[in-house]
Design a protein around this ligand. Sequence first.
Ligand SMILES: CC(C)(COP(=O)(O)OP(=O)(O)OC[C@H]1O[C@@H](n2cnc3c(N)ncnc32)[C@H](O)[C@@H]1OP(=O)(O)O)[C@@H](O)C(=O)NCCC(=O)NCCS
Length: 252
Amino acid sequence: MQYKTQFIKIKDLPPADSFLSSSESAYLQTLRSEKRKGDWLGGRFALKTLLARESGLLPVCSLPPARPQTLDTAQEEGGAPLSEMSVAALEVLKKIDVVKLPSGAPQVFVGSVPDARSVSITHSGSWAAAAVSAPHTFLGIDLEKIEKRSRAWVEEFFDPTEQDPATEAHLTTVWTQKEAVVKLLGRGLSLNTREIIISADGLRLTGRALEAWRAASEPRIILNSVPFDNNFIFTVAFAPASAGAKFGRILL
Ligand SMILES: CC(C)(COP(=O)(O)OP(=O)(O)OC[C@H]1O[C@@H](n2cnc3c(N)ncnc32)[C@H](O)[C@@H]1OP(=O)(O)O)[C@@H](O)C(=O)NCCC(=O)NCCS
């Protein structure tokens, strides 16, 4: 596998000040809604634990499991419940700083050194998730609850070719794929999701989405969508570094 993921139940998080860096703690104070605070903390915690696991900063047994069994058929690697993470392990997480770039995309610093790996964060319902891949690769993830979408919403954000079948599962899957791609391109919803067209044949980009992809040296994007926790869809958009790319992410 060329990327790794970590899922966290937001209600299980340890206290914010036990794992946030000082700049993250200051940013948390600027957030107003409790829902937004929980989502933001969940994404940070998932990413920090994932990076600590992947960097060998902490033994796997001191970290929460990377994913629940329901995500796919893979066996879980083991790990401790969140409530059993030691103070020493949480102190390690404090040294990992996840900063928000002007585009909204996350950028990791370990100590004060920028981490070159590609990372992505998503949150939906009671879950937060994060993913990491090697430097010079491209990565975007999205988790969405399968639920009824209004006709007006579908017509605003979907190309006509994407609207059939109009089932909740299909539309949610396509939406997660669009969102994962806008994150992979580092642009978020500044891109028009109708310019990212998903079909059984693959992914087609037009307009500014196509320009963004060209500016990133035309990475070969692979989409992987899986059902998650009964009524969610989780998508990873991943691309190895393309030949001409100087870096995997587009920092805006
Ligand atoms: C990114 C976006 C598609 C996310 O959609 P969503 O389904 O509502 O939310 P998700 O939970 O799946 O993802 C949110 C995460 O995407 C990430 N993200 C935001 N903008 C991103 C971008 N341009 N590129 C890559 N990732 C981005 C962030 O990590 C964010 O979580 P955090 O703010 O808690 O760190 C959309 O909300 C967006 O474009 N946001 C940008 C808003 C922003 O901050 N703009 C800054 C200029 S004002």
